[in-house]
Design a binder for this molecule. Structure first.
Ligand code: MN
Ligand code: MN
Length: 294
């Protein structure tokens, strides 16, 4: 069960109202790498997890992400607080109110549609969607995805820290960013606590394709490194690329029942192209006399 502690996980001090900054910070409220997406990702993974240690970790981190949602949402609410009151009470002259709401970003949408409260959208106003959650229900797969999600969240916080000079906001965003580093570390450790974690899932790869680097490019600039050469790798070159890797014909086939095969042949005959035809078409009929090139 959840209960609510009225204190925030980290103190929010905002120097002055700034609706444009509020709209940018929504990226981490209702965006793809934001706190709601993180909370829902780990909460749903945790509910289905069989391993007691991972279940505990996932639900702990999911719950903390909700606390982060509360922190970032509170910053947004503080940044919009003045504008919210002005709009609700129609306190300013129309022109002045207009100017205060159209400060930049999608601050006007935040004010007009959402009344200045934190909206579950990204910084462009795109509504939050469960499609942001890409869990597949396999720990060796989902933990890798979680590691990537935490690193994306860290980068977005870095960018948000770079666009504000409000020391209180910088401080709170720095805390949120740092927690994503700690989460990434937990997920990395949890992944490598599974002795057999690569490749993900149960089935091994089919040898020898699991050690094959396909050099699919021609032209200058081929580079060799540990990602494509050395004792762990075989390489195919451009010449080999013209043949199927499996040594087979490289054609697509299917065994059809006779009745279906007959229907397909009827369709092929009916729609066959005649390579020896020279048809007159609308293109020829509509073309005017040639224009002399000068
Ligand atoms: Mn977080
Ligand atoms: Mn996190």
């Amino acid at each position: 069960m959840f209960s609510h502690n009225k204190r925030l996980q980290y103190t929010v001090r905002v120097d002055e109202p700034n609706p444009a900054l509020a709209s940018l910070l929504l990226e981490q409220f209702g965006g793809p790498d934001g706190e709601l997406a993180a909370a829902m990702r780990y909460f749903t993974q945790g509910l289905a997890e069989e391993d007691p240690g991972r279940k505990d970790m996932l639900l702990d981190i999911a719950t903390e992400e909700l606390s982060h949602l509360e922190v970032i949402g509170s910053i947004v609410a503080m940044l919009n607080k003045g504008a919210k009151g002005d709009l609700a009470e129609a306190a300013l002259e129309e022109a002045e109110l207009y100017r205060s709401l159209t400060a930049g970003g999608n601050s006007h949408t935040q004010a007009i549609l959402y009344g200045g409260g934190p909206a579950l959208t990204n910084s462009s106003g795109v509504p939050w969607t469960a499609a942001y959650i890409d869990s597949r229900g396999d720990p060796t797969c989902d933990l890798r995805s979680n590691i990537a999600a935490e690193s994306r969240a860290k980068i977005i916080y870095e960018r948000l820290i770079a666009i504000t000079d409000d020391p209180g906001i910088k401080d709170a965003l720095g805390f949120l960013m740092t927690r994503e580093i700690a989460h990434q570390k937990s997920f990395e450790k949890a992944l490598y606590s599974i002795a057999d974690n690569f490749p993900p899932g149960r089935l091994p790869g089919k040898a020898p394709y699991d050690r094959l680097y396909v050099n699919a490019s021609t032209g200058p600039g081929d580079t060799e490194g540990p990602w494509n050469s050395g004792p762990e790798w075989d390489r195919t070159d451009e010449e080999q690329m013209s043949r199927p890797i499996d040594g087979g014909e490289g054609m697509a086939e299917v065994a059809l029942p006779a009745s279906q095969m007959k229907t397909v042949e009827t369709m092929m005959l009916r729609t066959a192209s005649d390579p020896n035809s020279d048809p007159l078409t609308g293109v020829d009929l509509a073309a005017g006399p040639p224009v002399d090139a000068e």
